[in-house]
Each structure stands twice: as structure tokens, then as C-alpha cells.
Design a protein around this ligand. Structure first.
Ligand SMILES: [Mg+2]
Length: 239
């Protein structure tokens, strides 16, 4: 699966190193409790699905440099309230909404249990380590710090570096150059099949899809290496 020329491993952060989906769930549950009190018990799950799906692509527009971080979040919040019956969000209401969301979101950040052991194995194998994320630098530094990974990820490329995000090949190339390796000497692991694994492959790296939620069947053809956990990757790689 992984060639012997590999000298570096790059990792996505959200839902690869950090259980961001669980943190979204906590944040959206807090939003539902505050702005949709008394709603049906199915609403938090429906709201989470709506939030993560981002049907109008506002987050993707942010990663293309077309919207600010706050604006993409505001549009997603407005969409969410329209779909699930929350009140309209004007400037001041959205400010309070965001505070509420952010407090619950940050409070729920946790690294996946296997991450520390996986990084130990990469270090023991002498591999350089970095991360590439489609969120901003301050936000992701804070996240890595809170989950105890800041010191363990020496190179971090974010959407702030080039003003755009994965799957643009320039983002992968920048991370490789910061680690001092060629693209073909780097493995990249992420949870989004297109944005992460195929994006990395198309940029000349070995792109690995981490399929934590067993989505292989619904994904159809999986034309990149796929694993269910980081431990499985290290085991199959033999490091
Ligand atoms: Mg991710």
C-alpha cells in the first residue's frame, strides 16, 4: 500500500486526528436546546445531519476563498434555522448564537484515542509529520493545543497560507516543501474521499482515505488505499 521511499506523513485534522463530528454534535445540540426549545427529540440528529451536509456548500466556498469563516458559518446557521424551525438570525442574534455554538464546540474537542500511539509509531520510524487543514491557523492551533497535539505536529498548513484549501494541489505541495520532501515521498491521510485522499493522490502524494464510519459501500468505487483507523494504517504499513 505504501512504498519504501516514503519520508513524511501528512494528516488532516478534523475527523482524522480530532473527533470533530462529536464536537459538532455537542455544539448543534446546544443550539437546538437554546433556539428550538421543546422541539421533537429527533431534531438534534436532523440538525447535525443538516449542519454536516452543508447542502449549499458555504464551507466549500470558504475554502475556495470566496467567503470569510464567519460568513460561511452565519449562512449555515441561517439555513439550519430555516430548515428546522429556529428564529431568524439578525446581526446581534447571530453574535449570541455563535458564542453559544463556539463554547459547546470547543468544549467537546477530543483527539481520537489511537492518535498518540500512531504518532509514536511514525516518530519511531523516523518519518516527518505535518498536518493540512481547510480551517484557519488560529482556530486549528488552538484545537491542537487543547487536545494535546500541538507539540507533536511541527508543520501545519492551513487555509490561511494560500487563501484556499484542499483539494487544490498547491496546498499539498506547500506542505511537502515545508517538510523538505518531494510529493512522491509523502503519504497524506484524511477522512474525505475527494477533498483529502483523491486530492492528495492527484497532487502526486500517496493519498489514503480514513473511513472511520464504514462508508465504503455508499462511496462506490474507492480508487485509493482505505483504512478504518490510523492503527490499521500503521499495522498494514508495518511501522
Ligand atoms: Mg477532515
Amino acid at each position: 500500500m505504501i512504498g519504501s521511499a516514503v519520508r513524511a506523513v501528512l494528516l488532516d485534522i478534523d475527523d482524522t486526528l480530532v473527533d470533530t463530528r462529536a464536537a459538532f454534535s455537542a455544539a448543534i445540540s446546544a443550539v437546538v436546546a437554546r433556539w428550538m426549545p421543546g422541539s421533537d427529540e429527533s431534531v438534534p440528529a436532523a440538525a447535525l445531519a443538516h449542519w454536516v451536509a452543508d447542502r449549499h456548500g458555504h464551507f466549500r466556498a470558504y475554502t475556495r476563498g470566496e467567503l470569510t469563516f464567519v460568513e460561511q458559518r452565519r449562512r449555515r446557521a441561517v439555513d439550519l434555522h430555516l430548515a428546522l424551525g429556529g428564529p431568524s438570525l439578525d446581526g446581534e442574534t447571530f453574535r449570541v448564537w455563535e458564542e453559544h455554538y463556539e463554547r459547546a464546540f470547543r468544549g467537546a474537542w477530543r483527539a481520537f484515542e489511537e492518535v498518540a500511539g500512531f504518532l509514536d509509531r511514525l516518530e519511531a520510524a523516523g518519518l516527518a509529520i505535518g498536518a493540512i487543514t481547510n480551517a484557519g491557523l488560529a482556530h486549528q492551533r488552538d484545537k491542537l493545543d487543547r487536545v494535546g497535539l500541538k507539540e507533536r505536529i511541527p508543520v501545519l498548513v492551513t487555509v490561511d497560507d494560500l487563501g484556499l484549501g484542499k483539494p487544490d494541489p498547491r496546498v499539498f505541495a506547500l506542505a511537502c516543501s515545508r517538510l523538505g520532501v518531494a510529493a512522491r515521498e509523502a503519504v497524506y491521510v484524511g477522512d474525505e474521499l475527494d477533498v483529502d485522499a483523491r486530492g492528495a493522490r492527484d497532487a502526486g502524494l500517496t493519498g489514503v482515505w480514513i473511513d472511520r464510519r464504514g462508508r465504503r459501500e455508499e462511496a462506490g468505487t474507492v480508487d485509493v488505499p482505505a483504512v478504518e483507523t490510523l492503527t490499521e494504517l500503521a499495522d498494514r504499513w508495518g511501522i
